[in-house]
Ligand binder design. Structure first.
Ligand code: SF4
Length: 108
């Protein structure tokens, strides 16, 4: 998984959806609140990932999450919001639980 400034390696027991959620949650907690894409986007990102994990309209929410990641990457004022989409994008598409239409399940 791509991190904010490096590559994070996990074994195959790690729940990548949970890691994606952690990255968004970290941004929501640490955001300074100066710009909207990071301040609001990260909170909405956590909500979207929770819905995806729960299997609520997975394809639709995944598309919205990817749009949100694009906005955060392009419009955040610093690397906190701008780079948060990196781990999210890199974690979710590689998760075996993210096949289109397949509900995600956290193993935690
Ligand atoms: S991207 Fe940077 S400036 Fe914008 S709210 Fe997040 S921490 Fe603050």
């Amino acid at each position: 998984m791509l991190g904010h400034g490096g590559i994070v390696v996990f074994d195959d027991t790690v729940d990548m959806a949970a890691q994606a959620r952690f990255a968004m949650e970290f941004c929501a907690i640490e955001s300074c609140g100066k710009c909207t894409p990071c301040r609001i986007g990260s909170t909405r990102g956590v909500e979207l990932i929770d819905k995806i994990i729960a299997g609520e309209r997975t394809d639709e929410h995944m598309a919205i999450l990817m749009d949100l990641c694009e906005v955060m990457a392009d419009a955040s004022l610093c690397a906190m919001g701008g780079l948060t989409p990196l781990p999210v994008r890199s974690a979710l598409p590689t998760s075996p639980r993210t096949s289109p239409g397949t509900p995600l399940r956290s193993t935690a």
